[in-house]
Design a protein around this ligand. Structure first.
Ligand code: GLO
Ligand code: MG
Length: 344
């Protein structure tokens, strides 16, 4: 029996549809209602930002954080859900306007590290050992504004301080090459794993790979995943899709690059990812045009596409693959893949 994949998403993936050019177009869905949707939609785990779990986290005392995060854990238990990870949302605070961990101002760097430590405390209260670091504003709008060499050392220092804060926590860096910054300091999983090995506990630093981010870096998402998998360091994924080099679209999985999506599922299968107990996260956004009552289809469709592609991966004729590879007949192999994907 092949292992079953389990799916997750974040509360931000059910959203009001605002974009940089227009306001919200759908009413907000209250957090408790979102939680109720998870199981109905076929999902088992919740991806959190620190302030999804404890709103206005920076204004709260340690006791308040403890109380609110414990209440959230009870809500999760009540729905039969688990927290997959917690991520410090540094990029929405004006303090982090020019980055947190890599800011020029030491007071800002301290603020960012302190907040990340709170995130770790929240993760513990929610029963998760995984912290995801999407390093949104760790980079530059213009190169001359920072000393990039120092910035990388500051980032290393921040990672080490997080590792020190809790001996069991694991950090997964989510690389992205740009947006909101012009250039980000951790653009690819290669960068993320290089710094992971520089930390004081490399076994506890890995990565989360998002399809769209790899595509924005001009790289193949499945090969990025393979690199992390070969190091046993793919600790989550953000599957979605992206139509070319433009703003980060977070399209439904498979919507723009079906064959590349097939290959992402294939590489996860090659690594027996389902057996590791890690989740398949879907970081997808509903189109702005979706009516409120249809604004979860991007999640269910992405999950279903994953499962349909999984079936394609599992039923691809292995003998054809072996024969074509042995004969170095990649034209034949490619045609067989295309026919299989088209159901012919
Ligand atoms: C944005 C990122 C973002 C993160 C999320 C978790 O481009 O993909 O959605 O995945 O904030 O840290
Ligand atoms: Mg993401």
């Amino acid at each position: 029996m092949a292992a079953e994949y389990r799916f997750s998403f974040g509360p931000w993936n059910i959203h009001e549809g605002a974009d940089p050019f227009g306001p919200t177009v759908r009413p907000s869905v209250e957090f408790g209602k979102k939680l109720k949707l998870y199981k109905q939609l076929g999902f088992d785990a919740v991806q959190f930002h620190d302030d999804d779990a404890v709103p206005d986290v920076e204004a709260k005392s340690a006791a308040q954080i403890q109380q609110e995060a414990s209440a959230m854990k009870q809500m999760l238990d009540g729905e039969g859900l688990v927290a997959e990870f917690v991520a410090p949302r540094l990029w929405e605070n004006p303090m982090g306007i020019d980055g947190g961990f890599t800011a020029n101002d030491p007071a800002v760097r301290k603020w960012a590290i302190d907040r990340a430590k709170r995130t770790i405390d929240i993760a513990n209260l929610l029963g998760s050992k995984l912290i995801v670091l999407w390093l949104a504003r760790e980079g530059t709008y213009i190169r001359e504004s920072k000393n990039a060499i120092d910035a990388h050392r500051h980032l290393l220092d921040a990672l080490n301080q997080m590792l020190d804060h809790d001996p069991e926590i694991q950090l997964a860096i989510e690389p992205k090459p740009n947006e909101p910054m012009d250039q980000a300091y951790m653009p690819t999983i290669g960068h993320a794993l290089a710094i992971a090995y520089q930390t004081k506990d490399p076994n506890r630093v890995g990565g989360l790979i998002e399809t769209a981010h790899a595509l924005l870096a001009g790289l193949d998402p499945s090969d990025e995943m393979a690199f992390a998998l070969s190091h046993d360091k793919l600790w989550s994924v953000h599957l979605n899709d992206q139509n070319g080099l433009k703003y980060d679209q977070d399209k439904s999985f498979g919507a723009a690059n079906l064959r590349a999506s097939y290959n992402q599922v294939r590489v996860l299968e090659l690594a027996n990812y389902a057996e590791t107990g890690r989740y398949v996260g879907l970081d997808v956004k509903a189109m702005r045009t979706q009516k409120a009552e249809q604004a979860t289809l991007h999640l269910t469709n992405s999950r279903e596409v994953f499962l349909m592609l999984l079936d394609k991966v599992r039923t691809f004729p292995k003998d054809v693959e072996q024969r074509c590879v042995a004969d170095r007949n990649y034209e034949a192999l490619e045609f067989a893949v295309l026919k299989h994907l088209m159901g012919r």
